[in-house]
Design a protein around this ligand. Structure first.
Ligand code: NAX
Ligand code: K
Length: 511
């Protein structure tokens, strides 16, 4: 697991290191400069032409320290210190006076020379407003060099990218490589910031883990190696009941595919037994394509007793994929939410029905806390939350947390970067796997399926986060094989199987 912080949290960590632990700020800055140096070292030679654009805060201080490290190796860099040098931060001022002592020239304006590498140290996490004036000119100059082929390296975060939201404040540097200091910031991974960072590497600069004292940062993320520790062991003595009985309520007359994709994924993700409740028209297809599933089909109104029995049988209910919003679907959702305690994953039309029907909202409010996982895309989310798209996009994490708390549900807010919020104010999970090829029909049905299967053996929030992570990773594998344009949701489902196969093999090797 990796922490992802906001600028405020990063400042608090810096302060803890400096004030409570007594690590001098200049030591942290030296570590920052050394980190950048180690990342660019491979490209350095005596003939390389480097420009460093530094601001007046500590991000600029990192740049000045880097210039000194380069000079030590006999490499000259043109340094452009932009802004009012009367107002330098303390550490930036100290770095400047060291350079002066060493006879290293610092310029106040950028020259029209050519550079192989441009290092952006104008602003880091201290950016608080839109970039204008001389700073805007500097950002544009850096981007101009980038367009002409210079390697652009951003220190901590590209100047102009808001570290908390990934939004561009006025204008922003487009980097090839971003050396993030100590922690990734939300702005590195949220769009559009993510596109401007290029490749992001995080370097430890020696700040002690101050989150352990009970105060957690806003976000966390999984890395591939974390998954081995999270996925449940499969009990060698287990039977099909052990691995979860999943009830899938999906697929109206013209939406058999949703039930099929989701159902297949549920079984491919390790669930023991699957029962599908679907419209009668889907019966033949599902029996043919997924003979492993039990099935109850309804023609006209579903038989309440049959539905009730199926709900009672299940460990987990996955509901909503392609069920439509007609009265049959509404009745099914009423029955699912009424019992109020079974673990449930609700997707697509299930969410649209909740957004439409006050009686379903009431039932969801009464449901046992933390037992339901909602998986809305932005359109479904804003209908559920009753807010506009612009409002939601302003701060998705905030609104996801708010609704998760209100309904007592886990909410996986699907988007280019999916966020998962829990009802109990835990850190928000920020997903870093996946690609735009996954914006394809049926991809959501696959996600609901994998989360449903994992819910049988993992705690709800973990099941949702892990499901989102694996779904993205499988999407990346599918994109590699099929290409982002041509990949299908069923390719993601197939890769999930491969992924889980590899995971099991890895685990067995380690035993
Ligand atoms: N002790 C620390 O705090 C450390 C900080 N480090 C570096 O310092 C950075 C944070 O330093 P700072 O907090 O000094 O912030 P920055 O260096 O990011 O910039 C802050 C300065 O820019 C001004 N500013 C903000 N937005 C502006 C705008 N749009 N136009 C003009 N001026 C603007 C602020 O008023 C402030 O004077 C990190 O990103 C990292 O690179 C590292 O050296 C490690 C240690
Ligand atoms: K920067």
């Amino acid at each position: 697991m990796e922490y992802i912080v906001t600028s405020k949290e990063m400042r608090e960590c810096d302060m803890t290191a400096i004030k409570d632990c007594g690590i001098p700020a200049m030591v942290l800055m030296e570590r920052a400069a050394l980190s950048v140096f180690s990342e660019i070292e491979a490209f350095l030679s005596e003939t390389i032409r480097i420009a460093i654009f530094a601001g007046c805060g500590n991000n600029g201080g990192d740049g000045l320290a880097l210039a000194r490290l380069l000079a030590e190796k006999g490499i000259h860099a043109d340094i452009f210190l932009i802004g009012n040098t009367e107002k330098l931060s303390m550490e930036c001022g100290s770095q400047l006076s060291i350079l002066k002592q060493l006879g290293i020239t610092v310029n106040s304006k950028s020259a029209k020379a050519e550079y192989d590498m441009v290092v952006d140290c104008l602003f880091g996490t201290g950016l608080t407003r839109e970039i204008t004036g001389i700073y805007e000119e500097a950002v544009r100059a850096i981007n101009c060099y980038g367009e002409k082929g210079s390697r652009v390296i951003a220190v901590d975060i590209p100047s102009g990218v808001c570290a908390d939201s990934g939004k561009i404040l006025g204008c922003a540097v487009k980097a090839e490589l971003t050396v993030a200091l100590q922690y990734g910031k939300a702005g590195h991974y949220l769009y559009p910031g993510k596109m401007l960072c290029g490749h992001t590497v995080v370097h430890n600069i020696g700040i002690p883990e101050s989150f352990k004292s009970g105060k957690e940062p806003s976000f966390f993320s999984y890395r591939e190696e974390d998954i081995h520790g999270i996925l449940p062991e499969r009990a060698a003595f287990g039977n099909k009941g052990t691995f979860g009985r999943i009830l899938l309520v999906a697929g109206s007359r013209d939406m058999a595919g949703a039930a099929l994709l989701c159902g297949k994924t549920i079984l491919r993700s390790g669930a023991g037994m699957l029962k599908i409740i679907t419209a009668a028209e889907n019966r033949d297809l599902i029996l043919r394509e997924l003979p492993e599933a039990m099935i109850y089909t309804y023609e006209g109104k579903p038989e309440e007793e049959k539905v009730r029995q199926s709900i009672a049988w299940a460990d987990v209910i996955v509901a909503g994929c392609g069920i439509s919003t007609d009265e049959n679907a509404e009745l099914l959702m009423e029955m699912i939410l009424e019992q109020g305690e079974k673990r449930a994953v609700i997707d697509a039309d299930g969410l649209n029905l909740i957004a439409r029907e006050g009686s379903l909202q009431e039932k969801l409010l009464k449901y046992q806390k933390g037992r339901v996982i909602l998986t809305p895309h932005p359109g479904e989310f804003i209908r559920l939350a009753g807010i506009s798209m612009n409002t939601y996009k302003e701060n998705p994490a905030f609104y996801l947390k708010k609704l998760a708390k209100e309904y007592g549900c886990v909410i996986a807010g699907k988007d280019a970067v999916t966020l998962v919020a829990s009802p109990d104010e835990r850190m928000v999970y920020l997903n870093r796997t996946g690609n735009d090829g996954m914006a394809t029909a049926g991809s959501g049905d696959v996600l609901a399926g994998v989360i449903g299967a994992l819910s049988a053996s993992l705690e709800y929030f973990q099941a949702a986060c892990c499901g989102v992570f694996l779904h993205g990773l499988a999407g990346d594998m599918a994109a590699e094989k099929q290409g982002k344009r041509g990949m299908l949701a069923s390719d993601i489902s197939a890769e999930l199987k491969e992924l889980l196969k590899e995971e099991t093999a890895e685990r067995e090797k380690r035993i």
